[in-house]
Design a protein around this ligand. Structure first.
Ligand code: ATP
Length: 367
């Protein structure tokens, strides 16, 4: 069993300028055996620190970390039965691929036969058979990345830790490696903890995603749950691209009043919003749930909003249309044939069944 458990784990750094600085503010979670969990969040949110604490490269200030059934607080990294793949791969440049793959095993004093067998198996899994005698500089970025993963695989660890492993690759290769990593996870059946700041990578790879901000876990959930039911405005704005729109609204009876429109709320929504009668709230609506009136065939046309088009971006498969509601710029992701030009007064249809409301003070989702 290779579960990874955090029990109220806290990390404070002593920083000359900032004094004592909280990088991780008391995290608790359970990563199940064989689960692929991705930590995601903006730069500095504490995700790498969390990973390095699992690895033992950073000592937590307080709290317990368990790997399998063992408390590993005092265990040296090499005794934690984990393997880490870094952003910069950290390959030995003067060694061949074969030597890079074998190096760690030699250090562990494994037999020659065992090393050979493990290297063979990893190189076949990763498609490196033809490259075993090459040096890292004779490899492409993607191939180097595979060697870095191979070095982790040969050690047959309980838990794989990945720290932004794809960030040095170009966009196309990143997508290819993403698919390879997902397949690798299925094949290895190992527990994987993966850190990235890229929400698309998180959404495509993670069985569950841990969203962090300012050292605090905001939500832990499968990708679709994060997308459909974000717990607060941070998660709602971070997951999904382009980001969810936030519009200032007021609840009056069964209506949400926004600048230029009064939306009658579906019954279920109106019931949930009753406690906010007369109060300001934030309406959250994703760009893909706003349609041009001329291309809104499957949505009920009752929630209309007219606004002047500010910017149109043509992306080929869709257009992004920007307009203002009150102080806020709103993005609609519309059908590419939607008629929209800068300066045009256009009617948009909001699919209110997909909307959320947030408390403007706590930023927590109401519905
Ligand atoms: P990134 O995506 O930029 O790597 P991150 O979410 O991985 O960000 P961490 O590297 O975990 O963030 O850092 C969290 C916070 O702790 C940051 O504010 C960082 O400046 C601070 N920090 C990290 N390492 C140290 C250190 N050794 N000493 C002092 N502060 C540190």
């Amino acid at each position: 069993m290779a579960r990874v458990v955090f029990e109220n784990v806290r990390k404070e750094y002593e920083d000359v300028k900032r004094g004592s600085f909280t990088a991780v503010a008391g995290s608790s979670f359970v990563i199940e055996d064989k689960e692929f969990v991705v930590f995601v969040g903006p730069s500095g949110c504490g995700k790498t620190t969390s990973l390095r604490m699992i690895a033992g490269l950073e000592q937590q200030t307080s709290g317990d970390i368990l790997i399998g059934d063992r408390v590993v607080n005092q265990l040296h990294p090499k005794d934690r039965d984990i393997a880490m793949v870094f952003q910069d791969y950290a390959l030995y440049p003067h060694m061949t691929v074969r030597e890079n793959l074998s190096f760690g095993l030699k250090n562990l004093k494994k037999s020659k036969a065992e090393i050979e067998e493990k290297v063979k198996s990893a190189s076949s899994i990763l498609g490196l058979d033809e490259m075993l005698e090459r040096k890292p500089r004779e490899l492409s970025g993607g191939q180097r990345q595979r060697v870095a993963v191979g070095r982790a695989i040969v050690r047959d660890p309980q838990v794989f830790l990945f720290d932004e492993p794809l960030s040095n690759l170009d966009a196309k290769l990143r997508i290819q490696m993403r698919v390879e990593l997902a397949e690798l996870h299925k094949r290895l059946g190992a527990t994987i903890v993966y850190v990235t700041h890229d929400q698309v990578e998180a959404m495509t790879l993670g069985e569950r995603i841990v969203v962090m901000n300012h050292g605090v876990i905001q939500q832990i959930a499968p990708p679709t749950e994060l997308y459909n039911n974000p717990s607060n405005m941070f998660v709602a704005g971070f997951i999904g691209s382009p980001a969810m729109n936030f519009i200032d609204a007021q609840i009056q009876g069964d209506k949400a009043i926004v600048e230029g429109a009064a939306f009658t709320l579906p019954e279920r929504m109106a019931r949930s919003m009753k406690a906010y009668e007369g109060r300001s709230v934030i309406l959250g609506i994703r760009p893909e749930h706003i349609f041009g009136e001329d291309f809104a065939l499957h949505v009920s046309p009752e929630h209309k909003l007219s606004a002047t088009v500010q910017v149109v971006e043509h992306l080929g498969s869709e257009n992004l249309v920007y307009f203002r509601v009150g102080e806020r710029m709103v993005t609609a992701k519309v059908h590419p044939e939607t008629n929209a030009s800068i300066g045009q007064l256009k009617t948009f249809i909001i699919d209110l069944s997909k909307a959320h409301f947030f408390n403007p003070d706590t930023e927590v989702r109401i519905i």
